[in-house]
Design a protein around this ligand. Structure first.
Ligand code: NI
Length: 181
C-alpha cells in the first residue's frame, strides 16, 4: 500500500476513458488499497483510478465516515437535480457550483468480484457521479454551465499548479473546502 501522486488537470490520463476490470486479482486489491490510502491522505471524499494514473474502472469514496470502493460502476440517476459546490483533487483548491442528480443507484462489484449496490443521495450521490465521470474521461468542469465554466477556466489557468510538469509534488496541506472528490 502506498500514497500515489494525484494527477492534475492537464494530464492526458484524466481525459482517457478507463477500461473495465476483468481480473479480480492481487493487483486489483493493491490498486484499491493505494486509492483508499491516497484519498484519505489528501484528504478527499472520493478518488478514481485515473487520478493516480491507472486506466481501470475503479473508484473509492469516503462520505459520512463510510470508506468504500466500487468497480465497473453503472448508474441510475434521479431526474431531480441539485446545484452544490463541488471540487476535485485534480484541481487543488478550486470548487464551483455543479449540477448533479440528487440521488443515485450504483451497481458494480467489490474487490472480490461480488456484486454490490450503492444507493445514496446528497454528497454520496454527488461523489458517485463525479468518480464515474472520471472513469469516462469526463471532469466536473464539463458539467458547469457555460458562464460558470468560463470563470472556472480563468481560475484554473491562474492556479499555481496549472501547467506544471507531471508528476507534481503535492502542496500540502492544500485547501479543498472539504468538497474535493
Ligand atoms: Ni475528481
Amino acid at each position: 500500500m502506498s500514497i500515489k501522486p494525484i494527477r492534475l488537470f492537464g494530464d492526458p490520463v484524466l481525459r482517457t476513458p478507463a477500461d473495465p476490470v476483468i481480473d479480480f486479482d492481487a493487483e486489483l486489491r493493491r490498486l484499491v488499497a493505494d486509492l483508499t490510502e491516497t484519498m484519505l491522505e489528501a484528504p478527499g471524499l472520493g478518488l478514481a483510478a485515473p487520478q493516480i494514473g491507472v486506466g481501470l474502472r475503479v473508484f473509492t469514496y469516503n462520505v459520512d465516515d463510510i470508506v468504500g470502493h466500487l468497480i465497473n460502476p453503472s448508474l441510475v440517476l434521479s431526474d431531480e437535480e441539485v446545484l452544490d459546490e463541488e471540487g476535485c483533487l485534480s484541481f487543488p483548491g478550486l470548487s464551483f457550483p455543479t449540477n448533479r442528480a440528487l440521488s443515485v443507484v450504483a451497481t458494480g462489484f467489490d474487490v472480490h468480484g461480488e456484486p454490490v449496490t450503492l444507493q445514496g443521495s446528497g454528497t454520496l450521490a454527488r461523489c458517485v457521479q463525479h468518480e464515474t465521470d472520471h472513469l469516462d474521461g469526463v471532469l466536473f468542469i464539463d458539467r458547469l454551465d457555460p458562464a460558470q465554466r468560463k470563470l472556472a477556466m480563468k481560475e484554473i489557468r491562474a492556479a499555481e499548479w496549472f501547467g506544471e510538469p507531471v508528476p507534481v509534488v503535492k502542496v500540502s496541506p492544500h485547501p479543498t473546502q472539504g468538497r474535493a472528490f
